[in-house]
Design a protein around this ligand. Structure first.
Ligand code: CU
Length: 115
């Protein structure tokens, strides 16, 4: 139940931030949010995100990562550009996280991975 409410508010937040981001790169990127997250083998990885130019970008990256299947938690520092992501290793690989970020035209590289 909590999860459903969270996803709803995340979608609303994404909608609102899409209105205020003027960088252009955040537009036309309505991404789908997975609502079938099952967390079993949770791992944490830190990714260095590059290419973010405004708070709208950081929230866009955050929402995108949260939309990746298996991701349970995303904390993105902006400025700082470090994303700390908790994800289910049985569902998702770090490559999937990086690919999701690259798909929306930012770059990501692993700083630190731990179990
Ligand atoms: Cu932006």
């Amino acid at each position: 139940m909590k999860k459903i409410m969270f996803i709803t508010s995340a979608a609303l937040f994404m909608y609102l931030t899409a209105q205020i981001c003027g960088c252009g790169s955040c537009e036309a990127k309505a991404n789908s949010i997975e609502n079938s997250t099952v967390v079993e083998k949770t791992k944490t990885v830190k990714l260095k995100i590059t290419g973010m130019t405004c708070a709208g970008c950081s929230s866009h990256v955050t929402q995108t990562l949260q939309g990746v299947k298996g991701v349970s938690k995303v904390e993105l520092e902006y400025p700082g550009d470090v994303a700390t992501i908790e994800y289910d290793a049985a569902t998702t690989k770090t490559e999937d996280l990086i690919a999701a970020v690259e798909k929306i035209n930012y770059k990501a590289e692993i700083i630190e991975a731990k179990k």
